[in-house]
Design a binder for this molecule. Structure first.
Ligand SMILES: *[C@@H]1O[C@H](CO)[C@@H](O)[C@H](O)[C@H]1NC(C)=O
Ligand SMILES: *[C@@H]1O[C@H](CO)[C@@H](O)[C@H](O)[C@H]1NC(C)=O
Length: 199
């Protein structure tokens, strides 16, 4: 009984510690030195399967996204943003929303990983840096032997590419796997910055 009580208070503490804090809604806006026509275009969730969405280049009408961070969390690098889950709300049943986390879908044949919103718990955390640009904190470094996994660094391997995921050919947001030095093998990919602009 005692251990059960200890366990339940532990679980309760866990639940409190993991409390999610949702940001205000924002747009994601593209900037690209490589392709001027992409500059200023917003991103939008686009249907690519049952309750699955890619993040498409969408001109002037973008979707509203959110960042879920954890209460009490601190930034991995001082002065930078808090790491959290990029969220898009999938409308269903007319008036309800399903809070969907962003994850990377990766196919063994390519180093270009597709950003997808899907129901569930698997997710790729992101953050927004001092310039409001979307980025990822990375710790792992296997470009040295033995590999290290301690110091946080900032990666922004975002590309807009033509992709074909489950039969949907779209112009989508992608991440090139690696430490930022690798080139995407998909020839349509254009390097971009992804800026947060609050609604
Ligand atoms: C994001 O945070 C909101 C507010 O706490 C919560 O309702 C929602 O379920 C969270 N989404 C995910 C995918 O965890
Ligand atoms: C995309 O992939 C699907 C199979 O999932 C295929 O049927 C379709 O032809 C492909 N689209 C193009 C433009 O090749």
């Amino acid at each position: 009984m005692k251990s059960l009580l200890a366990l339940s208070s532990f679980l309760l503490l866990g639940a409190v510690a993991a409390q999610e804090v949702q940001s205000k809604p924002f747009y994601l806006v593209i900037a690209s030195a490589g392709k001027k026509s992409y500059n200023g275009q917003k991103l939008a969730a686009c249907h690519t399967g049952a309750a699955i969405e890619s993040i498409c280049l969408a001109g002037t009408s973008g979707s509203e996204f959110y960042l879920n961070t954890t209460k009490g969390e601190e930034a991995a690098i001082k002065g930078e943003g808090l790491s959290g889950t990029l969220i898009w709300n999938l409308p269903y049943n007319g008036d309800e929303d399903l809070s969907e986390p962003m994850n990377f879908y990766s196919d063994p044949s390519t180093n270009v990983a597709l950003a997808l919103f899907e129901p569930g718990y698997t997710q790729q955390e992101v953050f927004f840096d001092k310039k409001s640009e979307m980025a990822i904190y990375s710790y792992y470094n296997d470009a040295v032997t033995p590999p290290t996994d301690d110091t946080a660094k900032i990666l922004k391997n975002w590309y807009i590419c033509e992709t074909n995921f489950s039969g949907y050919t779209y112009t989508t947001l992608n991440w090139v796997l690696g430490n930022g030095k690798a080139k995407p093998q998909n020839p349509s990919c254009v390097k971009v910055q992804v800026k947060r602009k609050f609604v």
